[in-house]
Ligand binder design. Structure first.
Ligand code: F6R
Length: 597
Protein backbone atom coordinates (compact mmCIF):
# COMPACT_ATOMS: atom_id res chain seq x y z
CA UNK A 1 0.00 0.00 0.00
CA UNK A 2 1.23 3.55 0.59
CA UNK A 3 4.96 4.15 0.85
CA UNK A 4 6.99 6.78 2.73
CA UNK A 5 10.58 7.89 2.24
CA UNK A 6 12.26 10.85 3.93
CA UNK A 7 15.81 12.18 3.67
CA UNK A 8 18.01 14.66 5.52
CA UNK A 9 21.72 14.96 4.71
CA UNK A 10 24.44 16.48 2.65
CA UNK A 11 23.22 15.40 -0.78
CA UNK A 12 20.49 16.84 -2.99
CA UNK A 13 17.40 14.98 -1.82
CA UNK A 14 15.18 14.85 -4.90
CA UNK A 15 16.76 11.92 -6.70
CA UNK A 16 17.31 9.97 -3.50
CA UNK A 17 13.63 10.31 -2.62
CA UNK A 18 12.41 9.46 -6.12
CA UNK A 19 14.63 6.35 -6.22
CA UNK A 20 13.27 5.44 -2.79
CA UNK A 21 9.60 5.64 -3.75
CA UNK A 22 10.39 3.75 -6.95
CA UNK A 23 11.56 0.88 -4.78
CA UNK A 24 8.22 1.00 -2.99
CA UNK A 25 6.17 0.94 -6.20
CA UNK A 26 5.62 -2.79 -5.76
CA UNK A 27 3.40 -2.09 -2.77
CA UNK A 28 0.71 -0.73 -5.10
CA UNK A 29 -0.34 2.93 -5.32
CA UNK A 30 -2.23 5.37 -7.48
CA UNK A 31 -0.55 8.75 -6.93
CA UNK A 32 2.82 10.07 -5.80
CA UNK A 33 4.33 13.26 -4.43
CA UNK A 34 7.42 14.90 -3.01
CA UNK A 35 8.24 17.91 -0.80
CA UNK A 36 11.67 19.51 -0.44
CA UNK A 37 12.82 22.23 1.92
CA UNK A 38 14.63 25.13 0.25
CA UNK A 39 13.51 28.62 1.25
CA UNK A 40 10.22 27.19 2.44
CA UNK A 41 8.66 23.83 1.61
CA UNK A 42 8.00 23.12 -2.08
CA UNK A 43 5.58 20.37 -3.06
CA UNK A 44 4.96 18.58 -6.36
CA UNK A 45 2.43 15.75 -6.66
CA UNK A 46 0.74 13.79 -9.33
CA UNK A 47 -1.95 11.24 -9.91
CA UNK A 48 -0.58 8.03 -11.46
CA UNK A 49 2.85 6.51 -11.37
CA UNK A 50 6.19 7.89 -10.16
CA UNK A 51 7.22 8.36 -13.81
CA UNK A 52 4.44 10.93 -14.13
CA UNK A 53 5.65 12.73 -11.02
CA UNK A 54 9.15 12.82 -12.51
CA UNK A 55 7.78 14.41 -15.72
CA UNK A 56 6.08 17.03 -13.59
CA UNK A 57 9.30 17.71 -11.68
CA UNK A 58 11.15 18.27 -14.96
CA UNK A 59 8.40 20.61 -16.19
CA UNK A 60 8.76 22.59 -12.95
CA UNK A 61 12.56 22.82 -13.19
CA UNK A 62 13.07 20.14 -10.48
CA UNK A 63 13.20 20.72 -6.73
CA UNK A 64 16.34 21.46 -4.75
CA UNK A 65 17.15 20.94 -1.08
CA UNK A 66 18.84 18.57 1.35
CA UNK A 67 15.74 17.68 3.34
CA UNK A 68 12.53 16.18 2.00
CA UNK A 69 9.76 13.62 2.12
CA UNK A 70 8.10 11.58 -0.63
CA UNK A 71 5.10 9.33 -0.82
CA UNK A 72 3.21 6.83 -2.92
CA UNK A 73 -0.50 6.85 -2.05
CA UNK A 74 -3.04 4.05 -2.34
CA UNK A 75 -6.33 5.91 -2.08
CA UNK A 76 -8.54 5.39 0.97
CA UNK A 77 -10.11 8.79 1.77
CA UNK A 78 -10.82 10.56 -1.49
CA UNK A 79 -10.13 9.74 -5.13
CA UNK A 80 -6.60 9.20 -6.42
CA UNK A 81 -6.01 12.69 -7.87
CA UNK A 82 -3.38 15.43 -7.61
CA UNK A 83 -5.11 17.22 -4.73
CA UNK A 84 -5.52 14.14 -2.57
CA UNK A 85 -1.97 12.92 -3.27
CA UNK A 86 0.54 13.38 -0.45
CA UNK A 87 2.37 15.41 0.83
CA UNK A 88 -0.47 17.40 2.36
CA UNK A 89 0.23 20.90 3.63
CA UNK A 90 -1.49 22.73 6.48
CA UNK A 91 -3.66 25.74 5.78
CA UNK A 92 -0.98 28.32 6.63
CA UNK A 93 1.80 26.35 4.99
CA UNK A 94 3.78 25.68 8.16
CA UNK A 95 3.48 21.89 8.22
CA UNK A 96 3.82 19.33 5.42
CA UNK A 97 2.96 15.68 6.00
CA UNK A 98 3.07 12.28 4.33
CA UNK A 99 0.99 9.57 5.93
CA UNK A 100 0.37 5.84 5.69
CA UNK A 101 -2.66 4.37 7.45
CA UNK A 102 -6.11 5.64 8.31
CA UNK A 103 -7.16 8.27 10.85
CA UNK A 104 -10.46 6.85 12.06
CA UNK A 105 -11.66 9.96 13.91
CA UNK A 106 -10.74 12.38 11.14
CA UNK A 107 -14.28 13.74 10.77
CA UNK A 108 -14.56 14.54 14.48
CA UNK A 109 -11.16 16.20 14.37
CA UNK A 110 -12.09 18.12 11.24
CA UNK A 111 -15.21 19.49 12.89
CA UNK A 112 -13.26 20.51 15.98
CA UNK A 113 -10.69 22.49 13.98
CA UNK A 114 -12.42 25.85 13.75
CA UNK A 115 -11.07 28.28 11.17
CA UNK A 116 -9.50 25.58 9.02
CA UNK A 117 -10.79 24.80 5.52
CA UNK A 118 -9.64 21.61 3.83
CA UNK A 119 -8.58 21.48 0.19
CA UNK A 120 -8.51 17.71 -0.13
CA UNK A 121 -10.72 14.81 0.91
CA UNK A 122 -7.93 13.20 2.87
CA UNK A 123 -7.61 12.38 6.54
CA UNK A 124 -3.94 13.39 6.21
CA UNK A 125 -4.70 17.08 5.62
CA UNK A 126 -6.49 17.10 8.98
CA UNK A 127 -3.29 15.82 10.60
CA UNK A 128 -1.29 18.64 8.96
CA UNK A 129 -3.82 21.22 10.16
CA UNK A 130 -3.92 19.76 13.66
CA UNK A 131 -0.14 19.86 13.87
CA UNK A 132 -0.14 23.48 12.77
CA UNK A 133 -2.88 24.27 15.27
CA UNK A 134 -0.93 22.59 18.12
CA UNK A 135 2.43 24.10 17.14
CA UNK A 136 3.57 27.01 19.26
CA UNK A 137 7.37 26.88 19.13
CA UNK A 138 8.18 23.23 19.78
CA UNK A 139 7.51 20.55 17.16
CA UNK A 140 8.05 17.64 19.57
CA UNK A 141 5.23 18.95 21.75
CA UNK A 142 3.02 19.61 18.72
CA UNK A 143 3.54 16.07 17.39
CA UNK A 144 3.03 14.44 20.78
CA UNK A 145 -0.16 16.44 21.46
CA UNK A 146 -1.50 15.75 17.98
CA UNK A 147 -0.75 12.02 18.08
CA UNK A 148 -2.58 11.68 21.37
CA UNK A 149 -5.77 12.87 19.70
CA UNK A 150 -5.48 10.63 16.62
CA UNK A 151 -7.37 7.35 16.50
CA UNK A 152 -6.45 4.72 13.93
CA UNK A 153 -3.17 3.84 12.33
CA UNK A 154 -0.45 6.07 11.06
CA UNK A 155 3.14 6.38 9.98
CA UNK A 156 3.92 10.05 9.50
CA UNK A 157 6.81 11.92 7.88
CA UNK A 158 6.64 15.61 8.84
CA UNK A 159 8.35 18.86 7.77
CA UNK A 160 7.99 22.22 9.51
CA UNK A 161 8.96 25.36 7.61
CA UNK A 162 10.32 26.91 10.85
CA UNK A 163 12.90 24.10 11.25
CA UNK A 164 14.48 23.68 7.79
CA UNK A 165 17.13 21.25 9.06
CA UNK A 166 14.96 18.76 10.94
CA UNK A 167 12.90 15.78 9.74
CA UNK A 168 10.19 14.43 12.05
CA UNK A 169 8.41 11.08 12.13
CA UNK A 170 5.78 9.38 14.26
CA UNK A 171 4.17 6.00 14.22
CA UNK A 172 1.27 3.93 15.49
CA UNK A 173 0.23 0.61 13.92
CA UNK A 174 1.72 1.35 10.52
CA UNK A 175 5.34 0.39 9.84
CA UNK A 176 8.06 3.04 9.85
CA UNK A 177 11.81 2.88 10.35
CA UNK A 178 14.65 5.33 10.74
CA UNK A 179 17.73 4.38 8.73
CA UNK A 180 21.12 5.77 9.61
CA UNK A 181 23.88 6.80 7.20
CA UNK A 182 27.05 8.89 7.42
CA UNK A 183 26.10 12.53 7.63
CA UNK A 184 22.64 11.60 6.41
CA UNK A 185 19.55 9.88 7.82
CA UNK A 186 16.34 8.50 6.39
CA UNK A 187 12.84 7.49 7.28
CA UNK A 188 11.06 4.78 5.29
CA UNK A 189 8.04 2.56 5.53
CA UNK A 190 10.09 -0.31 4.11
CA UNK A 191 13.83 -0.96 4.21
CA UNK A 192 13.85 -1.66 0.44
CA UNK A 193 13.53 2.11 -0.10
CA UNK A 194 16.87 2.94 1.50
CA UNK A 195 18.91 -0.27 1.26
CA UNK A 196 21.17 1.20 -1.41
CA UNK A 197 22.36 3.81 1.10
CA UNK A 198 22.57 1.92 4.40
CA UNK A 199 21.77 -1.34 6.19
CA UNK A 200 21.53 0.16 9.68
CA UNK A 201 18.18 1.14 11.05
CA UNK A 202 15.97 1.64 14.07
CA UNK A 203 12.45 0.29 14.04
CA UNK A 204 9.90 2.75 15.38
CA UNK A 205 7.70 1.01 17.91
CA UNK A 206 4.13 1.86 18.81
CA UNK A 207 3.47 5.47 19.78
CA UNK A 208 6.98 6.76 19.12
CA UNK A 209 8.34 9.95 17.61
CA UNK A 210 11.68 10.37 15.83
CA UNK A 211 13.56 13.62 15.32
CA UNK A 212 16.30 13.49 12.69
CA UNK A 213 19.01 15.94 11.71
CA UNK A 214 21.71 14.99 9.24
CA UNK A 215 24.02 13.96 12.10
CA UNK A 216 21.66 12.69 14.79
CA UNK A 217 18.49 10.74 15.50
CA UNK A 218 16.51 10.97 18.71
CA UNK A 219 13.43 9.06 19.81
CA UNK A 220 10.61 10.02 22.17
CA UNK A 221 7.37 8.55 23.45
CA UNK A 222 4.14 10.54 23.33
CA UNK A 223 4.91 11.86 26.83
CA UNK A 224 8.05 13.42 25.30
CA UNK A 225 10.43 11.20 27.28
CA UNK A 226 13.58 10.45 25.33
CA UNK A 227 14.02 6.73 24.49
CA UNK A 228 17.08 4.59 23.90
CA UNK A 229 16.62 2.16 21.03
CA UNK A 230 18.67 -0.66 19.56
CA UNK A 231 20.29 -0.17 16.19
CA UNK A 232 19.38 -3.06 13.88
CA UNK A 233 21.07 -4.39 10.77
CA UNK A 234 19.22 -5.52 7.61
CA UNK A 235 21.16 -8.27 5.89
CA UNK A 236 19.00 -8.13 2.74
CA UNK A 237 21.30 -6.74 0.10
CA UNK A 238 20.13 -4.46 -2.64
CA UNK A 239 20.48 -7.21 -5.29
CA UNK A 240 17.80 -9.15 -3.42
CA UNK A 241 15.44 -6.24 -3.98
CA UNK A 242 16.28 -5.88 -7.70
CA UNK A 243 15.17 -7.84 -10.76
CA UNK A 244 18.57 -9.41 -11.48
CA UNK A 245 18.04 -9.72 -15.23
CA UNK A 246 14.49 -11.12 -15.08
CA UNK A 247 11.77 -9.16 -16.88
CA UNK A 248 9.61 -9.17 -13.75
CA UNK A 249 10.10 -9.57 -10.01
CA UNK A 250 7.44 -12.26 -10.11
CA UNK A 251 9.47 -14.48 -12.43
CA UNK A 252 12.61 -13.84 -10.39
CA UNK A 253 10.79 -14.80 -7.22
CA UNK A 254 9.29 -17.93 -8.81
CA UNK A 255 12.82 -18.95 -9.82
CA UNK A 256 14.17 -18.26 -6.34
CA UNK A 257 11.88 -20.86 -4.77
CA UNK A 258 14.35 -23.75 -4.38
CA UNK A 259 16.60 -21.40 -2.40
CA UNK A 260 13.74 -19.88 -0.39
CA UNK A 261 12.43 -23.34 0.50
CA UNK A 262 15.88 -24.48 1.63
CA UNK A 263 16.26 -21.40 3.77
CA UNK A 264 12.93 -22.05 5.45
CA UNK A 265 13.50 -25.75 5.93
CA UNK A 266 17.17 -26.59 6.38
CA UNK A 267 17.91 -24.71 9.61
CA UNK A 268 14.95 -26.48 11.21
CA UNK A 269 16.02 -30.02 10.43
CA UNK A 270 18.64 -31.00 12.96
CA UNK A 271 19.85 -34.57 13.54
CA UNK A 272 16.92 -36.07 11.61
CA UNK A 273 14.49 -34.20 13.77
CA UNK A 274 12.55 -30.97 13.53
CA UNK A 275 13.42 -28.04 15.71
CA UNK A 276 11.06 -25.10 15.35
CA UNK A 277 13.50 -22.56 16.73
CA UNK A 278 13.03 -24.11 20.18
CA UNK A 279 9.29 -23.40 20.22
CA UNK A 280 7.25 -26.19 21.78
CA UNK A 281 3.78 -26.41 20.32
CA UNK A 282 0.88 -27.97 22.14
CA UNK A 283 -2.73 -27.59 21.17
CA UNK A 284 -5.90 -29.61 21.07
CA UNK A 285 -7.15 -27.52 18.16
CA UNK A 286 -5.49 -25.05 15.82
CA UNK A 287 -7.12 -21.95 14.36
CA UNK A 288 -5.31 -20.51 11.37
CA UNK A 289 -6.08 -16.86 10.59
CA UNK A 290 -4.85 -15.37 7.33
CA UNK A 291 -5.91 -13.63 4.11
CA UNK A 292 -5.63 -14.49 0.42
CA UNK A 293 -2.74 -16.77 -0.49
CA UNK A 294 -1.68 -17.02 3.14
CA UNK A 295 -5.11 -18.46 3.95
CA UNK A 296 -4.67 -20.93 1.08
CA UNK A 297 -1.34 -21.94 2.60
CA UNK A 298 -3.41 -22.49 5.74
CA UNK A 299 -5.63 -24.93 3.81
CA UNK A 300 -2.56 -26.99 2.93
CA UNK A 301 -1.60 -26.81 6.60
CA UNK A 302 -5.03 -28.10 7.60
CA UNK A 303 -4.81 -31.07 5.22
CA UNK A 304 -1.31 -32.07 6.32
CA UNK A 305 -1.65 -31.44 10.07
CA UNK A 306 -4.98 -33.23 10.30
CA UNK A 307 -3.70 -36.19 8.28
CA UNK A 308 -0.39 -36.62 10.11
CA UNK A 309 -0.99 -35.27 13.61
CA UNK A 310 -4.76 -35.84 13.86
CA UNK A 311 -5.21 -32.43 15.46
CA UNK A 312 -8.27 -30.53 14.19
CA UNK A 313 -7.44 -27.37 12.26
CA UNK A 314 -9.86 -24.64 11.28
CA UNK A 315 -8.80 -22.09 8.66
CA UNK A 316 -10.48 -18.72 9.14
CA UNK A 317 -10.40 -15.84 6.70
CA UNK A 318 -8.94 -13.24 9.02
CA UNK A 319 -11.47 -10.60 7.95
CA UNK A 320 -14.31 -12.85 9.19
CA UNK A 321 -12.72 -14.29 12.31
CA UNK A 322 -13.64 -11.83 15.02
CA UNK A 323 -17.10 -11.16 13.66
CA UNK A 324 -18.04 -14.87 13.62
CA UNK A 325 -17.81 -15.38 17.35
CA UNK A 326 -15.36 -18.28 16.88
CA UNK A 327 -15.42 -21.07 19.44
CA UNK A 328 -12.05 -20.88 21.18
CA UNK A 329 -10.84 -22.91 24.18
CA UNK A 330 -7.83 -22.33 26.42
CA UNK A 331 -5.81 -25.19 24.90
CA UNK A 332 -6.31 -23.98 21.34
CA UNK A 333 -3.55 -22.31 19.36
CA UNK A 334 -4.07 -19.46 16.90
CA UNK A 335 -1.59 -19.34 14.01
CA UNK A 336 -1.44 -16.11 12.01
CA UNK A 337 0.15 -16.55 8.58
CA UNK A 338 1.29 -13.40 6.82
CA UNK A 339 4.10 -12.60 4.40
CA UNK A 340 4.16 -8.90 5.24
CA UNK A 341 3.20 -9.30 8.88
CA UNK A 342 1.25 -6.06 8.52
CA UNK A 343 -2.06 -7.23 7.02
CA UNK A 344 -4.68 -5.34 9.03
CA UNK A 345 -7.29 -8.12 9.09
CA UNK A 346 -4.78 -10.75 10.17
CA UNK A 347 -3.41 -8.46 12.86
CA UNK A 348 -6.93 -7.77 14.14
CA UNK A 349 -7.71 -11.52 14.18
CA UNK A 350 -4.52 -12.19 16.10
CA UNK A 351 -5.38 -9.52 18.65
CA UNK A 352 -8.85 -11.00 19.02
CA UNK A 353 -7.38 -14.46 19.70
CA UNK A 354 -5.04 -12.96 22.30
CA UNK A 355 -7.91 -11.14 23.92
CA UNK A 356 -9.75 -14.45 24.16
CA UNK A 357 -6.76 -15.83 26.05
CA UNK A 358 -5.39 -18.36 23.58
CA UNK A 359 -1.75 -18.75 22.65
CA UNK A 360 -0.60 -17.30 19.34
CA UNK A 361 2.07 -18.15 16.81
CA UNK A 362 3.03 -15.94 13.86
CA UNK A 363 4.39 -17.30 10.59
CA UNK A 364 5.77 -14.24 8.83
CA UNK A 365 8.38 -13.18 6.30
CA UNK A 366 8.98 -9.64 7.53
CA UNK A 367 10.64 -10.17 10.86
CA UNK A 368 10.05 -6.91 12.72
CA UNK A 369 6.45 -6.66 11.54
CA UNK A 370 3.49 -5.95 13.80
CA UNK A 371 2.13 -9.52 13.63
CA UNK A 372 5.55 -10.90 14.57
CA UNK A 373 5.91 -8.50 17.47
CA UNK A 374 2.47 -9.10 18.88
CA UNK A 375 2.48 -12.91 18.79
CA UNK A 376 3.59 -15.11 21.66
CA UNK A 377 5.92 -16.97 19.32
CA UNK A 378 7.23 -16.33 15.82
CA UNK A 379 8.42 -18.65 13.08
CA UNK A 380 10.01 -16.55 10.34
CA UNK A 381 9.85 -18.16 6.91
CA UNK A 382 13.11 -16.52 5.73
CA UNK A 383 11.98 -16.27 2.11
CA UNK A 384 13.85 -12.97 1.53
CA UNK A 385 12.23 -9.78 0.22
CA UNK A 386 9.18 -10.41 -1.96
CA UNK A 387 8.57 -7.48 -4.27
CA UNK A 388 5.96 -8.65 -6.82
CA UNK A 389 2.46 -8.00 -5.54
CA UNK A 390 1.40 -11.59 -6.25
CA UNK A 391 3.09 -13.82 -3.73
CA UNK A 392 5.05 -16.85 -4.93
CA UNK A 393 8.13 -17.71 -2.92
CA UNK A 394 6.62 -16.57 0.37
CA UNK A 395 3.58 -18.81 -0.26
CA UNK A 396 5.93 -21.73 -0.98
CA UNK A 397 7.87 -21.03 2.19
CA UNK A 398 4.60 -20.81 4.14
CA UNK A 399 3.52 -24.27 3.01
CA UNK A 400 6.94 -25.68 3.87
CA UNK A 401 6.44 -24.24 7.36
CA UNK A 402 3.08 -26.02 7.48
CA UNK A 403 4.81 -29.35 6.64
CA UNK A 404 7.42 -28.71 9.35
CA UNK A 405 4.70 -27.97 11.85
CA UNK A 406 2.67 -31.04 10.87
CA UNK A 407 5.67 -33.35 11.17
CA UNK A 408 6.70 -31.80 14.46
CA UNK A 409 3.20 -32.27 15.86
CA UNK A 410 3.02 -35.83 14.50
CA UNK A 411 6.42 -36.89 15.83
CA UNK A 412 5.09 -38.58 18.94
CA UNK A 413 2.27 -40.43 17.19
CA UNK A 414 3.77 -41.43 13.83
CA UNK A 415 5.85 -44.63 13.66
CA UNK A 416 9.54 -43.61 13.58
CA UNK A 417 10.07 -45.12 10.14
CA UNK A 418 7.15 -43.22 8.68
CA UNK A 419 8.34 -39.98 10.29
CA UNK A 420 11.85 -40.43 8.93
CA UNK A 421 10.62 -41.31 5.47
CA UNK A 422 8.39 -38.21 5.30
CA UNK A 423 11.22 -36.06 6.65
CA UNK A 424 13.49 -37.45 3.94
CA UNK A 425 10.92 -36.82 1.20
CA UNK A 426 10.34 -33.31 2.38
CA UNK A 427 14.02 -32.57 1.94
CA UNK A 428 13.81 -33.51 -1.75
CA UNK A 429 11.36 -30.67 -2.41
CA UNK A 430 13.94 -27.99 -3.43
CA UNK A 431 15.50 -30.15 -6.15
CA UNK A 432 12.06 -31.26 -7.37
CA UNK A 433 10.86 -27.65 -7.50
CA UNK A 434 13.94 -26.97 -9.61
CA UNK A 435 12.98 -29.69 -12.05
CA UNK A 436 9.49 -28.17 -12.37
CA UNK A 437 11.13 -24.79 -13.05
CA UNK A 438 13.23 -26.49 -15.73
CA UNK A 439 9.98 -27.25 -17.56
CA UNK A 440 9.11 -23.59 -17.96
CA UNK A 441 9.19 -23.82 -21.78
CA UNK A 442 6.48 -26.50 -21.83
CA UNK A 443 4.38 -24.55 -19.35
CA UNK A 444 4.85 -21.38 -21.39
CA UNK A 445 3.71 -23.25 -24.50
CA UNK A 446 0.43 -24.22 -22.79
CA UNK A 447 0.03 -20.70 -21.39
CA UNK A 448 0.32 -19.30 -24.92
CA UNK A 449 -2.22 -21.81 -26.20
CA UNK A 450 -4.80 -21.00 -23.52
CA UNK A 451 -4.18 -17.29 -22.89
CA UNK A 452 -7.27 -16.14 -24.76
CA UNK A 453 -9.72 -18.24 -22.72
CA UNK A 454 -12.23 -16.14 -20.84
CA UNK A 455 -12.94 -18.62 -18.08
CA UNK A 456 -10.67 -21.20 -16.49
CA UNK A 457 -11.61 -23.73 -13.81
CA UNK A 458 -9.07 -25.45 -11.60
CA UNK A 459 -10.11 -28.65 -9.89
CA UNK A 460 -8.62 -31.09 -7.42
CA UNK A 461 -9.43 -33.20 -4.39
CA UNK A 462 -7.86 -33.10 -0.93
CA UNK A 463 -4.43 -31.50 -0.96
CA UNK A 464 -4.83 -30.90 -4.70
CA UNK A 465 -7.98 -28.86 -4.03
CA UNK A 466 -6.15 -26.77 -1.44
CA UNK A 467 -3.38 -26.19 -4.00
CA UNK A 468 -5.67 -25.12 -6.85
CA UNK A 469 -7.27 -22.41 -4.70
CA UNK A 470 -3.90 -20.65 -4.84
CA UNK A 471 -3.42 -21.51 -8.54
CA UNK A 472 -6.74 -19.90 -9.38
CA UNK A 473 -5.95 -16.76 -7.36
CA UNK A 474 -2.60 -16.38 -9.14
CA UNK A 475 -4.31 -16.61 -12.52
CA UNK A 476 -7.07 -14.11 -11.83
CA UNK A 477 -4.96 -11.53 -10.01
CA UNK A 478 -2.25 -11.15 -12.62
CA UNK A 479 -3.94 -12.15 -15.92
CA UNK A 480 -7.47 -10.82 -15.11
CA UNK A 481 -8.97 -14.02 -16.54
CA UNK A 482 -12.02 -15.19 -14.65
CA UNK A 483 -11.12 -18.34 -12.82
CA UNK A 484 -12.61 -20.56 -10.13
CA UNK A 485 -11.09 -23.26 -7.98
CA UNK A 486 -13.41 -26.18 -7.29
CA UNK A 487 -13.29 -29.38 -5.36
CA UNK A 488 -13.41 -31.78 -8.31
CA UNK A 489 -16.46 -33.66 -7.02
CA UNK A 490 -18.40 -30.45 -6.42
CA UNK A 491 -18.50 -29.15 -9.99
CA UNK A 492 -21.46 -31.30 -10.93
CA UNK A 493 -23.56 -29.76 -8.16
CA UNK A 494 -24.14 -26.58 -10.11
CA UNK A 495 -21.06 -24.99 -11.55
CA UNK A 496 -20.73 -27.50 -14.39
CA UNK A 497 -23.54 -25.54 -16.08
CA UNK A 498 -20.90 -22.91 -16.88
CA UNK A 499 -18.76 -25.40 -18.79
CA UNK A 500 -19.10 -25.07 -22.53
CA UNK A 501 -17.07 -25.64 -25.69
CA UNK A 502 -13.53 -24.42 -25.10
CA UNK A 503 -13.75 -23.82 -21.35
CA UNK A 504 -10.37 -24.74 -19.91
CA UNK A 505 -10.35 -27.04 -16.90
CA UNK A 506 -7.00 -27.57 -15.19
CA UNK A 507 -6.92 -30.59 -12.92
CA UNK A 508 -4.33 -31.15 -10.22
CA UNK A 509 -4.40 -34.92 -9.80
CA UNK A 510 -1.46 -36.03 -7.69
CA UNK A 511 -3.12 -38.07 -4.96
CA UNK A 512 -2.97 -41.80 -5.81
CA UNK A 513 -5.97 -43.03 -3.82
CA UNK A 514 -8.35 -40.48 -5.34
CA UNK A 515 -6.79 -40.13 -8.78
CA UNK A 516 -9.52 -42.10 -10.52
CA UNK A 517 -12.23 -39.98 -8.96
CA UNK A 518 -10.61 -36.74 -10.13
CA UNK A 519 -10.10 -38.15 -13.62
CA UNK A 520 -13.80 -39.13 -13.75
CA UNK A 521 -14.75 -35.57 -12.83
CA UNK A 522 -12.50 -34.38 -15.63
CA UNK A 523 -14.24 -36.75 -18.07
CA UNK A 524 -17.53 -35.15 -17.08
CA UNK A 525 -16.36 -31.72 -18.23
CA UNK A 526 -14.62 -33.07 -21.33
CA UNK A 527 -17.93 -34.61 -22.35
CA UNK A 528 -19.38 -31.08 -22.26
CA UNK A 529 -16.82 -29.58 -24.59
CA UNK A 530 -14.15 -28.44 -22.11
CA UNK A 531 -10.42 -28.64 -22.82
CA UNK A 532 -8.22 -30.05 -20.13
CA UNK A 533 -4.74 -29.68 -18.76
CA UNK A 534 -3.69 -32.22 -16.16
CA UNK A 535 -0.94 -31.69 -13.60
CA UNK A 536 0.11 -35.03 -12.21
CA UNK A 537 3.17 -36.98 -11.10
CA UNK A 538 5.42 -38.96 -13.44
CA UNK A 539 4.12 -42.20 -11.93
CA UNK A 540 0.43 -41.32 -12.05
CA UNK A 541 0.62 -39.96 -15.60
CA UNK A 542 0.53 -43.57 -16.82
CA UNK A 543 -2.94 -43.90 -15.32
CA UNK A 544 -4.39 -41.23 -17.61
CA UNK A 545 -5.94 -43.41 -20.27
CA UNK A 546 -7.58 -40.72 -22.40
CA UNK A 547 -5.90 -38.16 -24.58
CA UNK A 548 -5.04 -35.02 -22.61
CA UNK A 549 -2.40 -32.37 -22.22
CA UNK A 550 -0.29 -33.36 -19.22
CA UNK A 551 2.35 -31.54 -17.20
CA UNK A 552 4.33 -34.03 -15.16
CA UNK A 553 5.84 -33.23 -11.79
CA UNK A 554 8.43 -35.45 -10.07
CA UNK A 555 7.15 -38.24 -7.84
CA UNK A 556 6.81 -37.30 -4.20
CA UNK A 557 4.55 -38.25 -1.27
CA UNK A 558 1.11 -36.88 -2.07
CA UNK A 559 1.04 -34.72 1.07
CA UNK A 560 3.90 -32.64 -0.39
CA UNK A 561 2.78 -32.34 -4.03
CA UNK A 562 1.32 -28.85 -3.47
CA UNK A 563 4.90 -27.55 -3.41
CA UNK A 564 5.29 -28.74 -7.00
CA UNK A 565 1.82 -28.24 -8.52
CA UNK A 566 1.90 -24.68 -7.18
CA UNK A 567 5.03 -23.90 -9.17
CA UNK A 568 3.39 -25.18 -12.37
CA UNK A 569 0.36 -22.96 -11.72
CA UNK A 570 2.51 -19.93 -10.87
CA UNK A 571 4.44 -20.28 -14.13
CA UNK A 572 1.22 -20.88 -16.06
CA UNK A 573 -0.38 -17.72 -14.60
CA UNK A 574 2.81 -15.74 -15.17
CA UNK A 575 3.09 -16.71 -18.84
CA UNK A 576 -0.63 -16.18 -19.51
CA UNK A 577 -0.33 -12.66 -18.05
CA UNK A 578 2.87 -12.13 -20.05
CA UNK A 579 1.08 -13.19 -23.23
CA UNK A 580 -1.74 -10.77 -22.46
CA UNK A 581 0.68 -7.92 -21.77
CA UNK A 582 -0.53 -7.41 -18.22
CA UNK A 583 1.28 -5.35 -15.62
CA UNK A 584 2.51 -8.47 -13.88
CA UNK A 585 4.35 -7.10 -10.85
CA UNK A 586 1.70 -4.52 -10.01
CA UNK A 587 -1.73 -5.81 -11.04
CA UNK A 588 -4.53 -3.25 -11.14
CA UNK A 589 -6.33 -2.46 -7.88
CA UNK A 590 -3.97 -4.54 -5.77
CA UNK A 591 -1.46 -3.66 -3.09
CA UNK A 592 1.38 -5.75 -1.65
CA UNK A 593 0.61 -5.05 1.93
CA UNK A 594 -3.05 -4.54 2.80
CA UNK A 595 -2.98 -2.37 5.90
CA UNK A 596 -6.65 -1.40 5.89
CA UNK A 597 -9.52 -3.62 7.04
C1 F6R B 1 -1.93 -12.91 -3.52
C2 F6R B 1 -1.44 -12.25 -2.33
C3 F6R B 1 -2.42 -11.90 -1.27
C4 F6R B 1 -1.77 -12.03 0.12
C5 F6R B 1 -2.73 -11.47 1.18
C6 F6R B 1 -2.14 -11.59 2.57
O1 F6R B 1 -0.89 -13.18 -4.41
O2 F6R B 1 -0.28 -11.95 -2.21
O3 F6R B 1 -3.58 -12.66 -1.35
O4 F6R B 1 -1.46 -13.36 0.36
O5 F6R B 1 -2.99 -10.11 0.92
O6 F6R B 1 -0.94 -10.90 2.66
P1 F6R B 1 0.09 -11.20 3.80
O7 F6R B 1 0.63 -12.58 3.57
O8 F6R B 1 1.16 -10.15 3.67
O9 F6R B 1 -0.66 -11.12 5.09
Amino acid sequence: MCGIVGYIGKREAQNILIAGIRRLEYRGYDSAGIALVDNGVNVIKSQGKVAKLEEKLVQNGNLTGFLGIAHTRWATHGAPNDINAHPQTSQNGKITVVHNGIIENYLTLKNSLHGYQCQSDTDTEIVANLLEHNYKDNMLTAIAETCKTLKGSYALGILCSDTPDILYAAKKESPLLVAVGEGENFIASDMAAVLEHTNSYYLLDESEIAILTKDSVKFYDFEQNELQKNLLYADWDIAAAEKGGYPHFMLKEIMEQPKAIKETMNPRIINNDINLDGIEIQADKIHIVACGSAAYAGLIGKAVIEKLARIPVEVHLASEFRYNDPILSPNNLCIAISQSGETADTLAALRYAKKCGIKTLAIVNVIGSAIARESDNVLPIWAGPEIAVATTKAYSAQIITMYLLALKLAKTTLPTEKFQSLLGEMQTIPEKVQSVLDQQDIIQKYAKEYAKRTSIFLIGRGVDFAAVTEGSLKLKEISYIHSEAYAAGELKHGTISLVEDGTLVIAAATTPHILEKTLSNLQEVLARGANSLIITTEALSNEVKFSANIIKIPNIHYLFTASLTTVVMQLFAYYVAFELNCEIDMPRNLAKSVTVE
